[in-house]
Design a protein around this ligand. Structure first.
Ligand code: GLC
Length: 513
């Protein structure tokens, strides 16, 4: 009640609207369209398939969990995010969602139920799309009908706009799962007066996953008229990423270097011709990280807190990590990897160099899951180097923070890396990155020899990787030099401050098209 009064004093109208479990619930009045302050705000709608803190399988969730909030700090922006209401969304959040109502979404010949929930945090309004047939399953992806599930989601995003009374100026879609939202906007909705001013920006987080389907499902499953087939058709199939690149006013990737790399066949996974044709629409903006969440002074997962100015307690983080993982507590460099176990993470290089690395006076810690062949290889390595290598085949947020903070060297030898966040997170915890110069790794980590914040190598070969690893291990032996490097690494600015401004510029450019 008090909250209601103070909200009303501050000018936010509150209405009792929603009947939940028989109780009335206070809910802020929908912004009035002709309110001059609301009307002036830039309206951006993020459409994505995962976001922290609700649900995460990879780096995409970190970006959708932090970029909207960074943008929303600017009172000139009205930032909203739409996500699927997966079964696995953490219950502590789910409990707080309010049910707004439901509509029915047309998807080819189907009419599908679509419940709409909402939640607000840090100035961002979230909407969750509910449909139990599609989303009451564990995890986010990997089902035979993923194409239909995300087609429904994308179509629902377009259909809820009148219901939530929010027509964004920029529809910001991320990766293939939401590509159809940009495609539906161009092929179906832009003819409707309320939708005609919406422009779309499509961000590629990884070009490897494009959303490819057989041609004959275009009408029947996606509900797109065959006359629009050429927008989506590529190399004999429907390619949703290609369709979004063609249909969006602008598209972007998550680092400037990756934006250049995907113009080449080596990195484009077959889409180089489409990228070349649309190159004038392409921008690369380096991701940031949530520096509040990844803060060694505040992170409750750590064994002890420390800061760039006082690194003493990092030693506690290290010795406790060694104890926890069954490694001898001693002063040797811990080389850590936290990664999905897939080939583009450079695991062939690691395999080729592993014995050499482990013959040094080091400890090796790995955390990750992925391809069975890599999981088995690393398990075996762990058995052969017991007491020296700790192999953890798991996805474990708490352990990852303990490793980021307790290790000395963070290895990321990716063959391709659109941006990569782990090198930034490790840096925040004063763990020195060793990376291959590709994509966002190249843009965020500069070689120590030139006064930079880590160790880098260029060619995809294990000897070059070993060379810089030795450089790092040698530097580690010089305690004063290493301490100065740790401080430099930990104070590199990986916040969203700069990149959020870049996105604002990109939104303006998108609106000019
Ligand atoms: C994908 C990319 C990764 C990037 C992340 C967030 O997971 O593989 O490099 O950091 O998306 O954009």
């Amino acid at each position: 009640m008090e909250e209601k009064q103070s909200a009303e004093k501050s000018g936010v109208k509150i209405r009792r609207v929603i009947i939940k479990n028989g109780k009335n619930v206070d809910y802020p009045e929908k912004p009035v369209k002709n309110d001059p302050i609301v009307a002036q705000k830039r309206k951006i709608l993020f459409v994505a398939s995962e976001a922290r803190p609700f649900i995460a399988t990879g780096g995409l969730a970190d970006v959708i969990g932090s970029l909207p909030q960074a943008l929303a700090k600017d009172p000139a922006y009205d930032i909203r995010v739409v996500l699927p209401l997966y079964l696995d969304i953490k219950p502590e959040y789910r409990r707080k969602f309010s049910f707004l109502g439901n509509i029915f979404v047309p998807l080819a010949w189907r009419q599908q139920y679509c419940g709409i929930f909402t939640y607000e945090e840090n100035g961002v309004t979230y909407y969750f799309i509910d449909n139990e047939q599609y989303f009451k399953r564990s995890g986010c992806y990997g089902y035979f009908d993923d194409g239909e599930r995300f087609a429904f989601f994308s179509r629902a995003v377009m259909e809820i706009l009148p219901f939530i009374d929010f027509y964004p100026e920029v529809l910001h879609c991320h990766d293939w799962q939401t590509a159809l939202a940009a495609i539906y906007l161009k092929t179906i909705y832009c003819q409707r007066p309320e939708y005609q001013f919406i422009r779309s920006l499509f961000t590629i987080h990884n070009i490897e996953y494009q959303g490819k389907y057989a041609l004959d499902i275009l009408e029947d499953l996606f509900g797109i008229d065959n006359s629009n087939a050429s927008l989506l058709e590529y190399a004999g199939c429907i390619n949703l990423m290609k369709g979004a690149i063609e249909c969006s006013e602008k598209f972007s990737t998550v680092s400037p270097t990756y934006a250049n790399e995907i113009k080449t066949a080596e990195y484009a996974h077959g889409l180089q011709d489409i990228i070349a044709k649309n190159w004038f629409k392409l921008t690369g903006i380096l991701n940031g990280i949530d520096v509040d969440s990844y803060n060694p002074m505040k992170d409750t997962a750590l064994f002890a807190s420390f800061s760039a100015d006082d690194l003493e307690n990092k030693k506690v983080c290290k010795s406790e990590l060694q104890k926890m993982l069954g490694l001898p507590i001693k002063d040797v460099p811990i080389i850590a990897m936290i990664t999905r176990l897939v080939s583009h993470k450079g695991l062939e290089l690691v395999k080729a160099a592993a014995e050499d690395i482990l013959h040094e006076d080091v400890q090796f810690v790995l955390l990750g899951t992925g391809d069975a062949a890599y999981e088995n290889y690393f398990r075996d390595l762990g058995r052969r180097y017991e007491g020296k290598a700790s192999i953890n085949i798991a996805f474990n947020g708490d352990l990852s923070r303990k490793i980021y903070s307790g290790a000395d060297i963070f290895l990321m030898p990716s063959i391709s890396e659109p941006c990569g966040l782990s090198q930034m997170i490790a840096s925040r915890y004063a763990t020195v990155p060793v990376v291959r110069e590709t994509g966002g790794l190249f843009d965020s980590i500069k070689p120590y020899g030139n006064g930079g914040n880590g160790f880098t190598f260029n060619s995809c070969n294990p000897y070059d990787m070993l060379y810089v690893l030795h450089e790092a291990m040698d530097t580690y032996k010089n305690k004063e030099e290493w301490k100065a490097l740790m401080k430099k690494v930990a104070t590199t600015d990986f916040s969203w401050d700069h990149s959020a401004e870049e996105y604002k510029k990109l939104y303006e450019e998108t609106l000019k098209v």
